[in-house]
Unconditional design. Sequence first.
Length: 308
Amino acid sequence: SPLLLGLLPGRFSVFPLFFLALLLGFASLLWLQLSCSGEGPVPGGGQSRGAPRQPCPPQAPLLPAEDEPSWGAHRLALLVPFRERFEELLAFVPYMHRFLSKKRIRHHIFVLNQVDHFRFNRASLINVGFLESGNDTDYIAMHDVDLLPLNEQLDYGFPEAGPFHVASPELHPLYHYKTYVGGILLLTKQHYEMCNGMSNRFWGWGREDDEFYRRIKGAGLQIRRPSGITTGYETFQHLHDPAWRKRDQKRIAAQKQEQFKVDREGGLNNVRYRIESRTALSVAGAPCTVLNILLDCDTSETPWCTFG
């Protein structure tokens, strides 16, 4: 502009200015390439902030050939309990699809989206996901949407010997007690049925995993955990920001006492729900199925399922 040119020395021509603009543009493109390929610093810093950077331009998703023997015979149903955490989901689906594909694991991601007006029920959603995952999958991963594996040595293979707790206490960034089985847990479908799934009595956040630990032990199953992983608490990236998205930790009516009891009757056999819709989606080239799920609640049995 005339104003800008007026600030420059009298002999300064427009060509050095044009060359400087080209140089700045090239530097900006180089910084963008480094930052999204993982060679530059993480914006905002810290392990738990933001989503893992994707290669740029985005790489095509890996898909197994049906007759490719290196992918193995088993097929994983990745069950992701979900409600309104879309920014985490957008990072999770393409990341996990590529992570599992690199490991040659046949898989299908099921987003279990609770669309009713009751409090969030992670355990019931997993029960529904198990029942709706179809006969072409023979094992499941109960997987939190805000927990991403960073170490490629983690095993997501078929857990024939018993439940395999990927996010074990010595690796999970937050929960370190010995009986913890949350975050990421793999089971064969046969073993999940032996436990009668998870209890449907846990509305709100927490405790359903602790009750499921007792079910696993009651079914005579042995929990296995990763070995030889040296990355410690940096094995996973935790996307959840508790200051921005608070968890529903209310304990209503008799819920304080009930949360420590073992549910010896309920589970897969009595989960009550309706599938409002089933939609096949592609997120950044990664396929998944979204199940919009309406759970039902008997308020005489669990009055704490409502926000009131």
